[in-house]
Design a binder for this molecule. Structure first.
Ligand code: ZN
Length: 103
């Protein structure tokens, strides 16, 4: 029996990650987790894919920064360039959605 399970969800110890694009440290929940599937960087939308991950703000700016700095190659420890088109498509879709949604 655990009496103190609540503590795990307390606000103080929110895990933080560094965005591979702008290098800003942010709460993990605000970053998009990316994983490598073969040569493709893909967004891990449910946080369930195995393997080494990289964190990125869900923003095209940060994606471009990361590409320019070859941050993905470093994060995933591979030589050469990686295909980020699926991440880009995901972010563009998100962006369009937020532009269309009136609120
Ligand atoms: Zn960023």
């Amino acid at each position: 029996m655990r009496q103190h399970g609540k503590l795990e969800y307390g606000g103080h110890a929110a895990p933080q990650r560094t965005c591979v694009g702008c290098r800003v440290r942010t709460a993990k929940s605000e970053l998009l987790r990316l994983v490598l599937v073969e040569d493709h960087v893909v967004p891990d939308l449910r946080g369930r894919l195995p393997g080494r991950g990289a964190s990125l703000h869900p923003s095209l700016n940060c994606l471009e920064l990361a590409e320019r700095r070859r941050a993905f190659s470093r994060a995933f420890r591979v030589a050469g360039s990686l295909d980020v088109s699926r991440v880009r498509a995901h972010l563009e879709e998100d962006h369009e959605m937020s532009c269309r949604t009136p609120s």
